[in-house]
Design a protein around this ligand. Structure first.
Ligand code: NAD
Length: 441
């Protein structure tokens, strides 16, 4: 079997590489010439654990190749995946221009039967638009080439993407006929051997499944953050409450950690997009509107604590930030809470020294020289008035308080992910502020 993946970002590159790993011949396509030039030499544009090794291996085995030419890539292909970005448009609904551009390109260049699979996260009805775009182009050139469309939303998590793709909780595929189902079954056979289920369904259900999944996860986060804020007002500890509810098997203990809000390229945009889809159908998704509003506020909770501690006078103060990526194990800073926190600190006249194990280059494209960047966690603590822990990278979990004490101007820690034991921090002479728990001064 031979397949093409159009869009070589977080999803497309992982998808292509993991399919190649099963022995399939994969061509990855992108319009970004520089990215493709680098990928041909196994230079990976993103930080994703394990990806570089797999790309190198499959390049060497000649099962994986990279090109900027969609035309060449689909020449002898059986299945073409569309895995380009679907960023939020101005009104919050998903911008489908990249997806539909690719569909038109496919229509212009296809020469034989293809299954065109949308892997990007797209609103209900997109496959109808994809189909129409391909058909229009075929008609323009008077060609009658049969094709099928399918929807195969992706559930991988950045930072654990390879593992998620190779051992998925489930694979969701929306199809319209048995032919497409049979081709997709064959393609995914290696991934379902160990009882990982493949769920075939109609296309609108597959499209909505992805949004419903992300909306549910975002809801869990905003729910626990809302309860955390209440905890502070009534003297309860969110970690106790989390354990207390998480042991109920109906609730479960995953994804109920209080923090500085969700970010990343998916939850914020997908919550927005599903709200928009519902609005267009005259049905307000009131729960998700609240989820979004709570999250917007939650990104400011840590800064508000900083302002309270310093009595609203941040001018000239220096703040150390640990963690810039929206979560550990990625360099992705799209919609990251760190961006909101840093912007508020700068607007209040403060200086920011930031450290992240892998996202510094990304932060430089966002903040340039508005902030300074450290080589290691301790570097940014020099003369700092406080430390803000924003992303819970493992290397921040057991810091050397004795060293920190010597470097910092004042001993205050704002723990945006509740990774520290407040008593231990306090015993080391630091003031401690967490999320949804008592601050200790
Ligand atoms: P990305 O921005 O990292 O990558 C998109 C790539 O598509 C870029 O390299 C861009 O150059 C390329 N591209 C754009 N237009 C093109 C065209 N006409 N032809 C060829 N290439 C083109 O995006 P991503 O994070 O990989 O997300 C892709 C889709 O997958 C989105 O819909 C997203 O919501 C969804 N998704 C993302 C994740 C995630 O964790 N990042 C997880 C699941 C689903």
């Amino acid at each position: 079997m031979k397949i093409s993946i159009v869009g070589t970002g977080y999803v497309g590159l992982v998808t292509g590489t993991c399919f190649a790993e099963t022995g399939i011949n994969v061509t990855c396509v992108d319009i970004d010439e520089n990215k493709i030039k680098n990928l041909k030499q196994a230079i990976i544009p993103i930080y994703e654990p394990g990806l570089e090794t797999l790309v190198k291996k499959n390049l060497e085995k000649q099962r994986l190749s990279f090109t900027t030419s969609l035309k060449d890539s689909i020449d002898q292909t059986d299945v073409v995946f569309i895995a380009v970005g679907t960023p939020p448009g101005e009104d919050g609904s998903a911008d489908l221009s990249h997806v539909l551009n690719v569909a038109r390109e496919i229509g212009k260049n296809m020469t034989h039967h293809l299954v065109v699979v949308t892997k990007s996260t797209v609103p209900i009805g997109t496959s109808v638009k994809v189909k129409a775009a391909i058909r229009d182009e075929l008609e323009k050139r008077g060609a009658q080439i049969p094709f099928d469309v399918a929807s195969n939303p992706e559930f991988l998590k950045e930072g654990n993407a390879i593992e998620d793709f190779l051992k998925p909780d489930r694979i969701v595929v929306g199809v319209e006929n048995e032919k497409a189902q049979s081709i997709m079954s064959k393609l995914y056979k290696p991934f379902v051997l160990n009882n990982h289920p493949i769920l075939f369904m109609d296309i609108p259900s597959a499209e909505l499944t992805k949004y419903a999944a992300n909306a549910m996860l975002a809801t869990k986060i905003s729910f626990i953050n809302d309860i955390a804020n209440l905890c502070e007002l009534v003297g309860a500890d969110i970690n106790m409450v989390r354990k207390g509810i998480g042991t109920d098997s109906r609730i479960g203990n995953k994804f109920i950690y209080a923090g500085a809000g969700y970010g990343g390229s998916c939850f914020p945009k997908d919550v927005k997009a599903i709200i928009k889809t519902a609005e267009k159908n005259n049905y307000p998704l009131r729960l998700l509107q609240a989820v979004e509003a709570i999250n917007d506020d939650q990104k400011k909770v840590l800064v508000n604590k900083v302002k309270n501690h310093f009595k609203d006078d941040l001018k000239g103060k220096t703040f150390a930030i640990w963690g810039l990526a929206f979560k550990p194990n990625t360099d992705d800073m799209r919609e990251a809470p760190s961006r909101v926190i840093i912007r508020h600190l700068l607007d209040a006249g403060a200086k920011v020294n930031a450290y992240d194990p892998v996202a510094t280059h990304e932060a430089q494209t966002i903040f340039g020289d508005e902030i300074t960047y450290g080589k290691d966690p301790y570097d940014v603590l020099i003369e700092a008035d406080a430390l803000l822990l924003v992303t819970e990278w493992p290397e921040f979990r057991m810091p050397n308080f004795k060293v920190m004490e010597k470097l910092m101007k004042s001993k205050v820690i704002f723990d945006g992910r509740n990774i520290y034991d407040p008593m231990e921090i306090n015993e080391n002479g630091f003031d401690y502020y967490g999320i949804g728990r008592k601050s200790i001064r």
